[in-house]
Design a protein around this ligand. Sequence first.
Ligand SMILES: C[S@@+](CC[C@H](N)C(=O)[O-])C[C@H]1O[C@@H](n2cnc3c(N)ncnc32)[C@H](O)[C@@H]1O
Length: 237
Amino acid sequence: MNPPMPQHPDQAPDPLSIRRLYGRAQGHPLRERAQRLVDDLLPRLAVPPHGPLSAESLFGNACPLALEIGFGKGEHLAFQAARHPTWGFIGAEPYLNGVAGLLAEVEDRDLPNVRIHRGDALDVLERLPDASLSAAYLLHPDPWPKARHAKRRFVNPGPLALLHTKLRARAQFRIATDHVNYMRHVMFVMQNHPGFEWTAETPADWEDIPEDWPDTRFAQKARKLGHSVWRLIYTRL
Ligand SMILES: C[S@@+](CC[C@H](N)C(=O)[O-])C[C@H]1O[C@@H](n2cnc3c(N)ncnc32)[C@H](O)[C@@H]1O
């Protein structure tokens, strides 16, 4: 048998080649309201399961698009959707209880500009036109702290190359993490991608909390435990 070929880091397995979701699909059973939202509202807001996607097909007009990858309970996505009513926001999240959380935000705030994919963000990204996203958010992604699991991290060459083609020039890609190793990993991988530029120029640029970037649940939990939260803003060149 031939020995295995050594792999260039750019060709190492990562989420794009593994194509498997590792997180929880559901937690506690849904309460009555959450179940109603999943049954009645989700079908109206769901991203179609197959075929090409566009601002027109999702929102009925050529609005700017933004994608949140793993929106958790959806509080950040709802905040952005309320703040930018002329944009269309797509959220991808496999965790049903999280999807129900975003649905509740959409209903409470009466947000017409949100669409939801219950599943892998890569399934949405692949179907969007190139240069169609005006912003992307990856907030407190699963850190996969063990070295042998690092290939599961979203911030890896395969997913980044795909995201890069889907972002418009000068679009922002915002990443938050409370995990120091993930932060280092992000800085290393992003610095090695020639198509992204880190916007921070002074320590304040990443230490101060931008007013258009509220803490998510995971950020709040981390701060309560006394952990740091890092926010990194990259521009697509
Ligand atoms: C640590 S939680 C953070 C949730 C939220 N962003 C926050 O900050 O509160 C990470 C989330 O990413 C979701 N996730 C993991 N892999 C994903 C993927 N490939 N596509 C979309 N969401 C994903 C998980 O289900 C989980 O809800």
